[in-house]
Design a protein around this ligand. Structure first.
Ligand SMILES: *[C@@H]1O[C@H](CO)[C@@H](O)[C@H](O)[C@H]1NC(C)=O
Ligand SMILES: *[C@@H]1O[C@H](CO)[C@@H](O)[C@H](O)[C@H]1NC(C)=O
Ligand SMILES: *[C@@H]1O[C@H](CO)[C@@H](O)[C@H](O)[C@H]1NC(C)=O
Length: 491
């Protein structure tokens, strides 16, 4: 009769763990995904590329950006698959990269993540270099979108757009202040001089945004350049609160705390509280400010925590409150295209809020349902795992991750032959043949996360369908922090 073993060999145990891992569908390589998620930003770079540029299919581009306005605006990021530098989403991208760094770090990738932030903040510092003015965009979007051209060949007008006291743009100015303030926290320990510079500019730009109020899309000289691309649909009030909240976090200064408290009703902190993205900051604002209530015991901020929890409850499928839409395969879904921007931003907020609850040893209640930080983290993980391949299409929506991913992303630089292989210029309309090609993009834009599948979980990998196949910086930016969390805390 065989003996009963009460302990097993290490080999047996590791085989058991491996098979459990398999059964549970785990096993995503979050470290690999994190490094790719950051690498994507190198492929979006505008300006003169540095010697340590790793994405080699790209070359220098838009070196004289700003000239049209008598200012140096070289650098920064192209927002998506086109070659315009849109300041509003660029600033939000920067805020989220910096929030991720200060909240979750970037295990094994700190230098690359900091370089991704600095590429943006170096540009934003140029954009705010003239007192009383913020440069908010470079490139005529209608003319740019009419061409299918590599950034290295770009010959459409690099029109320079700005806001000033007479033509205000509080949303873009306050988001720029938020980005500079958030980045000042990220750089505090590694480069305190740079951090100070960022913070001083954040203070000044916030003051400008607050003193000269208005939406940039109400400005006749800007309207056709920013709409319908990054029109301010949700108003500038949310960015003023968000900018003040970031300045409060970066400085500890009571002035900004008072601003956030006193303007809560005036600026409508209780409106549209279930949205978060480049246009609407409310849910992010409420989660950010809740940290000071939960962890910092600033009791006057209780209403922000209540709004944050109302939002979080809409994400919990078992909660009795009204719900956000999920696809049958389990992906957060909001109509309007580029859905993954919602997925990554919401996953970020779930993890940030879970951290604040953990730090204060609290749970939250959605009606009668008690929700723990672990539940929020599980929800975030489902979204990330869906992006990385646990979905009905069995494909990763991050280019270059796993063995099945989108091959025909809506991205000029990725879909046209590289400047390295094909140094002759390809003019505006000469690019159409590559746009129309059914073949895969020649340059694999590693780390690019596309807009993602439709509400039925299907994805056709069609370059022409930009709502599904275009990557954007503000899809990737929140996911950097999310992936960093799961690298450090595999669950
Ligand atoms: C706080 O910020 C306000 C507004 O920028 C400024 O006037 C004030 O001097 C700051 N206070 C401290 C203690 O730094
Ligand atoms: C995805 O994988 C599952 C399980 O292996 C399989 O049943 C399904 O048909 C696959 N779906 C697609 C679209 O390949
Ligand atoms: C190729 O794409 C362009 C731009 O979308 C389109 O206008 C044109 O009709 C297409 N040409 C061919 C030959 O398919």
């Amino acid at each position: 009769m065989p003996q009963l073993h009460c302990h097993h060999s290490p080999l047996f145990l590791s085989l058991l763990l491996l098979s459990l891992h398999h059964v549970l569908g785990a096993g995503h390589d979050y470290a690999d995904a994190l490094s790719k998620c950051i690498l994507f930003f190198e492929g979006q770079r505008s300006g003169r590329l540095p010697a340590r540029q790793r994405v080699r299919w790209r070359g220098d581009s838009a070196l004289s950006d700003g000239q049209a306005g008598g200012v140096d605006l070289e650098g920064g990021y192209y927002d998506a698959g086109d070659n315009v530098k849109f300041g509003f989403p660029l600033a939000f991208t920067t805020t989220m990269l910096a929030w991720g760094m200060s909240e979750f770090g970037a295990p094994g990738e700190v230098d690359n993540a900091m370089a991704a932030i600095r590429w943006a903040t170096d540009y934003l510092l140029k954009a705010v270099s003239q007192p009383g003015r913020v440069f908010v965009q470079v490139g005529d979007p209608a003319k740019d979108h009419n061409c299918w051209e590599r950034p290295e060949d770009m010959d459409t007008p690099r029109t320079v757009y700005s806001v000033d006291a007479a033509n205000p743009g509080s949303e873009v100015a306050a988001e720029t202040a938020a980005a500079l303030a958030a980045a000042s926290i990220a750089f505090r320990s590694s480069d305190s001089a740079y951090s100070q510079t960022l913070l001083q500019n954040a203070v000044r730009v916030f003051e400008f945004a607050d003193n000269h109020r208005g939406a940039y899309s109400d400005n006749p000289s800007l309207k056709s350049a920013v709409c319908p691309f990054y029109c301010d649909f949700s108003g500038y009030q949310d960015e003023l609160l968000w900018g003040a909240a970031w300045l409060r976090r970066a400085t500890g200064n009571e002035t900004y705390l008072n601003y956030v408290q006193n303007n809560e009703r005036i600026l409508g902190a209780d409106e549209n509280i279930n949205e978060f993205g480049w246009d609407n900051k409310h849910a992010g604002l409420n989660v950010l400010v809740s940290q000071e209530y939960l962890v910092g015991h600033e009791m006057s901020l209780q209403s922000y925590k209540e709004y944050a929890e109302t939002f979080i409850c809409t994400l919990i499928p078992d909660s009795p409150s009204p719900h956000i839409q999920y696809t049958p395969g389990g992906l957060i879904y909001k109509p309007g295209g580029s859905n993954m921007q919602h997925v990554s931003a919401i996953a970020f907020l779930l993890l940030a809020y879970a951290n604040y609850l953990s730090l204060s040893s609290q749970t939250l209640s959605c009606g009668t349902l008690m929700v723990s930080p672990a539940t929020l983290r599980t929800q975030a993980k489902r979204q990330v795992d869906y992006i990385l391949g646990d979905n009905p299409m069995n494909m990763s929506y991050m280019v270059g991750y796993g063995d099945r991913y989108p091959l025909r992303i809506h991205h000029r630089g990725s879909s046209l032959p590289s400047i390295v292989d094909h140094p002759q210029s390809i003019a505006c309309k000469e690019g159409s043949v590559y746009f129309n090609s059914s073949g895969p993009n020649p340059n694999v834009h590693v780390g690019a996360i596309v807009g993602g599948p439709g509400e039925d979980d299907t994805y056709n990998d069609d370059r022409g369908d930009f709502r599904l196949s275009e990557p954007t910086t503000y899809i990737n930016a929140p996911l950097v922090g999310v992936l960093a969390y799961f690298v450090a805390n595999p669950i």
